[in-house]
Design a protein around this ligand. Structure first.
Ligand code: PLP
Length: 389
């Protein structure tokens, strides 16, 4: 990979996430009279030197290009990592991690996880000669018992999707490392603003940048971040470059633009979700609220220890079944009926109909992505939608 100026790795540079989000990966080496905003460079090819191409030179867009390099360095900096590979989607990033394992490896996955990750492993693992088991990663004894001689990866998501179970990344890393396995964390929900898994002992961090990092429901992307370019990461880089599920320069440019305001957006998501969760807990038509920011949440203490904020996602159960949940979702005025999450606009969905046939999600569960509208307006909309029950 062609490296840009690593000015943020310089000890004299600030390390606060708001500053990194704005300056990470930027090339200030020829700063005089330069553009403040980096240019978008769509070129697929780069001119060879007169003496010919040598390894490490820019050559062809799929191997490296200026916008992707800038984005990768920015994402690595945000996660306190040293290596990043950007992908065309979150699931392309997950696929690269699984394919980077040696055939015959065993993977442990959490019982509650992003539906797309479950489907991916169930449909493709056998073809890749990978074996897997699902385990409750909130229960460390069960994790210990589920480790096999061939286990090379423990996958986790905390809070999990959609039940918001909290697992300790630090504790999972301790167990995995004793067994010579790696820990990979899907950090899409917490984002590096709320959690930096590499600092807790994780080996790989994966993102769907489609969500909070993009933040405006208009970019598809993914990434894997690690502490160095060695070991499994070198195979992930190889998969990125040779299999080619890469983002376009335009998507990299737009994502990097969006990330500059991401820490302040995340702060707003955290605050609004905390208020919405407090409102829902007291609502007579709501049976259960899953949000780790609530002191009554069983994982609250771990979340408090390992996270800087509790995120913008809330799942809750309404009185009744699928029909009642759908009725509530249909009644919103501001909150949009849509899947996915992390946009500036609040969205919600009846999660089990969105997951489809094999969904294990309770049928009265609504998953809400709390946006950046004024919290009083969000709560007013929740009030009127729930009053229809
Ligand atoms: C959306 C999502 C993914 C998949 O990412 P895509 O960008 O849609 O491919 C993976 N994990 C989580 C937690 C997600 O929310």
């Amino acid at each position: 990979m062609v490296k840009l100026a690593h000015h943020l790795n310089d000890v004299s540079m600030p390390k606060k996430i708001e500053t990194i989000a704005i300056h990470g990966g930027m090339d200030y080496t020829n700063a005089e009279n330069a553009s403040i905003v980096p240019p978008m460079e769509p070129s697929t090819i780069f001119e060879h030197k007169k003496k010919g191409y040598t390894e490490g030179d820019r050559n062809y867009i799929r191997y490296s290009n200026p916008n992707r390099d800038q984005l990768e360095e920015l994402l690595a900096n945000l996660e306190q990592g040293k290596a990043c590979a950007a992908f065309s989607s979150g699931v392309a990033a997950i696929t690269a991690i699984f394919q980077a394992l040696h055939p015959g490896s065993h993977i442990l996955l959490p019982v509650d996880l992003y539906h797309g990750s479950r489907v991916l492993i169930q449909e493709f693992a056998a073809g890749w000669n990978l074996d897997y088991d699902f385990v409750d990663t909130t229960n460390l004894q069960k994790v210990e018992e589920a480790m096999k001689a061939e286990t090379r990866l423990v996958w986790t998501e905390t809070p999990s999707n959609p039940l918001q179970l909290i697992s300790s990344v630090e504790a999972l890393a301790n167990i995995a490392h004793k067994h010579e396995a790696l820990v990979a964390v899907d950090n899409t929900w917490p984002t590096p603003y709320n959690m930096q898994p590499l600092t807790l002992g994780a080996d790989l961090v994966m993102h769907s940048t489609t969500k909070y990092l993009g933040g405006h429901s208009d970019i598809l992307g993914g990434a894997v971040i690690a502490n160095n370019e060695k070991g499994i990461f070198s195979r992930i880089r190889n998969i990125q470059q040779k299999q080619g599920a890469v983002p376009s320069p335009r998507d990299c440019w737009l994502l990097s633009r969006s990330i500059r305001s991401f820490p302040y957006r995340m702060r707003g998501h955290n605050e609004n979700a905390q208020q919405a969760a407090a409102f829902l807990v007291d609502h007579p038509k709501v049976q259960e609220v899953y949000y780790p920011g609530l002191e009554t949440h069983p994982g609250h203490a771990i979340a408090k220890a390992e996270m800087n904020g509790f995120g913008g996602m809330i799942s809750f159960l309404v009185d009744g079944g699928a029909e009642e949940a759908l009725q509530v979702v249909a009644g919103s005025r501001i909150i949009r009926r849509a899947t996915s999450l992390g946009g500036v606009e609040s969205t919600w969905e009846h999660r089990c109909s969105s997951e489809g046939e094999n969904s294990e999600t309770p049928e009265n569960l609504i998953r809400l992505s709390v946006g950046l509208e004024h919290p009083e307006d969000i709560i007013e909309d929740l009030t009127q939608a729930l009053s229809l029950l």
